[in-house]
Design a protein around this ligand. Structure first.
Ligand code: ADP
Ligand code: MG
Length: 238
């Protein structure tokens, strides 16, 4: 489960409409990348899906249920924040278990899920460390672990690698793609980086000024960009 449908979803801040009404379908298990220049509305769109912002118009359906008015914690989605959002005074185990503690899961179930996530993310040997004793890549994995334990219908990533150095970014991209292959869960990944979009996505959503310019696979966008903006952004020969 992890099908997300936006129907005429729009968003204004005050008098400024940053996202005119748009439609979008994300299928269960897809890796979807929202790409576009800074300020085009990628984060806003992701936050609308997460429920961290209210829509100004339209509807959001998650697995065929109207989720438009459902609070973030009840949408069954997990937002992955950058690694600096970890709690420095808590161990890796406690950081990963944090959302489960908040949700009131019993200790045995918390431990089970944390250990499972740690195994998937190669963090088993690091559960008793604190974030300050980890590398940047390990910290990013802890941030992802905190999402995995919630067993979400979809993962939402907002430029999760932008504070990592270039070499580490390449490795983490591969790790996130590998995680997607393993879990098969819907992932929505926001980036302004065309390379990230072209290498990671099943489906790319190209945004400009809150408007979807094109939706398609990397190859479709490369071969048949709909306009100059998409061509320029994707680096297509058109
Ligand atoms: P991106 O993530 O693509 O860089 P954002 O979604 O952050 O873009 O922003 C899209 C537009 O919405 C920008 O013009 C930004 O200034 C505006 N915006 C975002 N959040 C707010 C807010 N809370 N209040 C007012 N304007 C906002
Ligand atoms: Mg953003």
């Amino acid at each position: 489960m992890g099908r997300i449908v936006l129907e005429k979803v729009s968003k204004s801040f005050g008098d400024v409409e940053v996202i005119p009404p748009l439609d979008l379908e994300i299928n269960d298990g897809e890796f979807v990348v929202f790409v576009g220049p800074s300020g085009c509305g990628k984060s806003t769109l992701l936050r609308l899906i997460a429920g961290l912002e209210d829509v100004s118009g339209g509807r959001i359906l998650i697995d065929d249920q109207d989720a438009t008015a459902v609070p973030p914690a009840k949408r069954g989605l997990a937002m992955v924040f950058q690694s600096y959002a970890l709690y420095p005074h808590m161990t890796v185990r406690k950081n990963i278990a944090f959302p489960l503690r908040m949700a009131g899961l019993d200790k045995a179930e918390q431990d089970r899920r944390v250990e499972q996530a740690a195994e998937v993310l190669n963090l088993t040997d690091y559960l008793d460390r604190r974030p300050g004793q980890l590398s940047g890549g390990q910290r990013q994995r802890v941030a992802i672990g905190r999402a995995i334990v919630r067993e979400p219908a979809a993962f939402l990533f907002d430029e999760p690698l932008s504070n990592l150095d270039a070499a580490l970014r390449v490795g983490m991209r591969l790790e996130i793609s590998e995680l997607h292959n393993r879990l098969g869960t819907t992932m929505i990944y926001v980036t302004h980086d065309q390379v990230e979009a072209m290498t990671m996505a099943d489906k790319i959503v190209v945004l400009q000024a809150g408007v979807i310019e094109q939706v398609g696979s990397p190859l479709e966008l490369y071969r048949a960009p709909r306009n100059k903006f998409v061509a320029g952004f994707i680096g297509s020969p058109k």
